[in-house]
Design a protein around this ligand. Structure first.
Ligand code: 5AD
Ligand code: SF4
Length: 473
């Protein structure tokens, strides 16, 4: 299906509903002496974070203010993730708590659930049946229609549901409200065509569709004007960017175009599928001064049999060949990956091959997951060879091996001077400021809060397992 933009006329309808909600909110404020408050919670990946920024953009335009506390809010929106079962369980848990609050303290509270989880029909149905205090359910494809749906939910009894699919479309005009000034996520494409057999994403986010380079560049230029210097480009598989546009522009070309924009200082991107990682992209990362020397390259598993069962379209040998090439061309690049442990049919011998990869590549960090069965995916029909206990044992072994590598890799940073973009106070020690190196490593150091958003030089004095500590110079 060809990619179509949501037309200006279609967006004008949504914008009209934003105006209506704004009027309603103004009347509410006069009557109650306070502004209506919205609370948003995001589960899952950066794509969801970016979608929530759009939701907040629309809500801000409609006159809502925001609160961090669900129990204070007039409108609660959960933007959900379907990638693993535990993310879904957390949302069901939160909904249970909200039911209690709504029944006992806030009968007028509106509750909305949106995103990947409810794009699955069986989940939307379950929420309708079990959580009748939910007023609005809308899937990933209906994001730009949220104003109309919300207006209906505010004015009608009963639940409003929109989980229809509109696979080929992109909405360009939805306003965005971002949390941070110095760094921004920019979606360059939506959806995924890869159908890895464990993964629900292609079913809930639809087919791959790329934004045009003009739309992306104009968003980046706009961000730079408002003070952003670090841009992170987002897509499920950025390496297939542009294939649907018919413009002869690929992801490497896009990186170069963004590299040429004055005012951009750092460019990051995720995620890259190994099968589509070209030499051209490796050279582009190497040659573009603003493209951070960091690559997230999910391997998922080490055994060729499992990789085939996963429909990943590469072998362990091909993956490692790419890693060798990257390390040769870009020495010192920070490498990270995703690993799934306990995929159906995986044996402990298969798992040992995952360990081999970890030991060979020596990633700076990994994101590891125990396989979670997703209804409707091909892998859901496969049987397990290992017991839960064996899978957990393997998972713990993976963590142990990787933890040691993380520490060793970080120790290499001792006494190095790194340029850090300061982005706030440290999560673990509020008296320290924090930021990231070009390679994406977290550095904590003593400094004043007004360094936020600035690039500073820090000498690494105390490398730890999960972060580096240093002194401002
Ligand atoms: N179970 C466990 N992990 C999964 N991922 C995707 N689907 C599943 C699943 N069903 C992991 C993959 C992917 C990351 C975003 O989430 O490792 O790269
Ligand atoms: Fe899921 Fe595979 Fe697409 Fe990544 S590339 S979103 S793992 S189907």
């Amino acid at each position: 299906m060809a990619t179509e933009k949501i037309t200006r006329e279609q967006w004008a309808v949504s914008d009209g509903f934003i105006a209506k909600i704004k009027e309603d909110n103004a009347n509410f404020a006069v009557k109650n002496g306070r502004t209506r408050l919205a609370h948003t919670e995001t589960y899952g990946c950066q794509q969801n974070v970016n979608d929530t920024e759009r939701i907040r953009g629309m809500l801000a335009k409609a006159g809502f203010e925001f609160t961090d506390k669900a129990e204070e809010a007039d409108l609660v929106i959960y933007n959900t993730c379907a990638v693993r079962e535990n993310a879904e369980q957390r949302v069901f848990g939160r909904l249970g708590i909200l039911k209690h609050i709504k029944e006992n303290a806030k009968p007028d509270m509106l509750v909305a659930v949106c995103g990947c989880m409810v794009q699955q029909e069986h989940i939307a149905e379950k929420i309708r049946k079990v959580h009748d205090h939910v007023d609005l359910i809308f899937g990933t494809h209906a994001l730009w229609r949220m104003p109309e749906l919300l207006y209906k939910a505010m004015n009608e009894n009963g639940v409003v549901v929109d989980i229809t699919r509109s696979d080929g479309s992109i909405a360009e005009d939805v306003p965005i409200l971002r949390d941070k000034d110095e760094k921004a996520w920019v979606s360059i494409m939506y959806g995924c065509n890869n159908f890895c057999t464990y993964c629900i994403v292609p079913y809930v986010r639809g087919r791959e569709r790329s934004r045009t380079p003009e739309d992306i560049l104009s968003e980046v230029k706009c961000l730079v004007k408002s003070g952003t210097t670090e841009i992170s480009l987002l897509g499920q598989n950025v390496n297939s960017y542009g294939k649907d546009l018919g413009l002869d522009i690929d992801f490497a070309d896009l990186l170069r175009m963004i590299n040429d924009i004055d005012g951009v200082k750092r460019i990051r991107f995720m995620t890259s599928h190994p099968k589509d990682l070209s030499d051209k992209l490796i050279y582009t990362i190497r040659d573009c001064d603003k493209v951070c020397k960091q690559l997230h390259l999910p391997v998922q598993a080490g055994s060729n049999r499992i990789l085939k069962e996963m429909n990943r379209h590469y072998t362990k040998e091909q993956y490692l060949e790419k890693i060798d090439k990257i390390k040769k061309e870009i020495p010192g690049i920070t490498l990270t990956t995703d690993i799934i442990v306990g995929f159906p049919t995986e044996t402990t011998e298969d798992f040992k091959e995952t360990l081999d990869i970890i030991r060979y590549v020596r990633y700076d960090s990994i994101f590891s997951f125990i396989y979670s069965r997703r209804e409707g995916t091909p892998a859901a029909k496969l049987d397990f060879v290992l017991t839960d206990e064996e899978i957990h044992r393997n998972f713990n072994e993976l963590l142990e091996v990787q933890n040691q590598i993380c520490l060793e890799k970080n120790l290499e940073y001792k006494d190095r001077i790194e340029t850090i973009l300061v982005d706030g106070s440290s999560k673990t020690n509020k008296s320290l400021m924090s930021g990231r190196t070009d390679g994406g490593k977290i550095v904590n150091f003593k400094g004043s809060p007004d360094l936020c958003g600035k690039y500073v030089q820090v000498k690494i004095t105390n490398p730890k397992q999960w972060s580096l500590e240093g002194e401002l110079i």
